[in-house]
Ligand binder design. Structure first.
Ligand SMILES: [Ca+2]
Length: 382
């Protein structure tokens, strides 16, 4: 346990406003651009509220001041923000820390207040191969108990890359989680396996009867959407109830998507990215494949995604707040419907931001995996 260093770090940066449409060569993407609000300039500052975390990956609010944080090494921490209370309360022994894999995301059941159920995604090993799995446990009295695997995807490969994974519930209580392409990208186009897909399940791990492929003997019943490269952001839109995602492109071509039942998101047949070192990958758009809402080229390597809500950040209600690993910033992107209206980058070059989370009252927090710290994001009123 480490004490929080106070006073507040003087790390405030001015907002950098990107007028999109000037920065992209993809006409198909520029079509999504909208108006830019030029009256949005204000300054944000990072306030450290927890430290001593080891590669924090997932984080979820228990209430306005307490978090559960998953660490890549399998640790589950109970963190009281702004205090020195930062306790490892559980170790997920089933999580295999391998390459990009380990303990990944954490989420609360929609009826958590009643049943205490929490969910985890993690990398699982079997005979030298690895896949992404889902587990359920119970959190009560600052303890995790009853940890049990609910579902194991069949995305086993020997690769240590592209496990996903994020986990979110929709308004109806269905659970969605992502499985990356596992370094076997052509399999992302094959829905007879779980490679490169989003899985939709009931809270007990069973398959909903209205999943898109339950009547198709060739496709896996658990799949909701496929053709994804590596989704590390999933979030429930607070107004529309849609599940939004983002995914890593290879060299360029990171995407924001809205997940639709049974749809194919293209990878690697359709992509705005290119091969590492150069060379096109398929087409940028094609009939039968869903076009992304937004594309980042060059890649920012997005990780974690939360919808902003409330009045704490003027002009940013319903924006998505995303961490950038390679991009090393906090990316706040606002859409008007499904049209991009603006993108703001904060804290550029200040560390690999692994995750974002918005508190029940609407305050944004970020987890920096480089420093093992969580920061609250405050507005400086000028
Ligand atoms: Ca795509």
């Amino acid at each position: 346990m480490k004490k929080i260093s106070l006073p507040i770090l003087e790390v405030s940066l001015c907002v950098i406003l990107f007028v999109l449409g000037c920065s992209s060569d993809d006409s198909n993407v520029d079509d999504h651009n909208g108006d830019v609000d030029e009256n949005s300039d204000y300054t944000l500052k990072k306030v450290p509220v927890a430290s001593g975390l080891i590669q924090p990956w997932g984080m979820v609010f228990l209430n306005e001041s307490e978090l559960l944080v998953s660490e890549k090494n399998g640790g589950v921490r109970h963190v009281v923000l702004g205090s020195d209370q930062n306790t490892e309360i559980y170790k997920v022994d089933a999580a295999a820390e391998q390459g990009q894999g380990g303990l990944l995301d954490v989420a609360l059941h929609p009826d958590f207040e009643l049943n205490g159920k929490v969910y985890f995604t993690y990398t699982k090993e079997n005979a030298g191969e690895f896949t992404t799995a889902l587990a359920q446990a119970v959190f009560a009295d600052k303890q995790i108990t009853d940890f049990r695997e609910l579902f194991e995807s069949d995305a086993y490969t020997s690769s240590g890359t592209h496990f996903g994974s994020r986990l979110v519930f929709d308004e109806a209580g269905y659970l969605y989680f992502s499985v990356g392409d596992r370094g076997s990208r052509d399999d992302a186009q094959n829905a007879s396996n779980h490679i490169g897909c989003v899985i939709r399940l009931h809270d007990d791990g069973s398959v909903p009867a209205d999943n898109p492929f339950v009547n198709d003997p060739d496709y896996r019943d658990e799949i909701w959407s496929y053709g994804h490269r590596n989704i590390q952001g999933l979030a429930l839109h607070p107004e529309t109830g849609e599940i939004w995602s983002h995914e890593h492109g290879p060299q360029g071509g990171d995407e924001v998507n809205v997940l639709q039942k049974g749809e194919n998101y293209g990878w690697p047949e359709v992509s705005y990215g290119e091969e590492y070192g150069g060379g096109t990958i398929g087409d940028t758009a094609r009939d039968g494949f869903v076009d992304p809402l937004h594309v980042w080229t060059p890649s920012i390597a997005p990780c974690g995604m939360s919808f902003m809500h409330g009045e704490s950040y003027p002009g940013l209600n319903n924006a998505i707040a995303i961490g950038a690993l390679a991009g090393q910033h906090v990316n706040i992107t606002l859409f008007s419907g499904e049209s991009l209206s603006r993108e703001i980058r904060f804290f550029e070059g200040e560390g690999r931001v692994r995750n974002t989370a918005v508190s029940p009252s609407g305050i944004l927090y970020i987890a920096d995996e480089s420093s093992g710290e969580i920061y609250r994001i405050d507005v400086i009123v000028e």
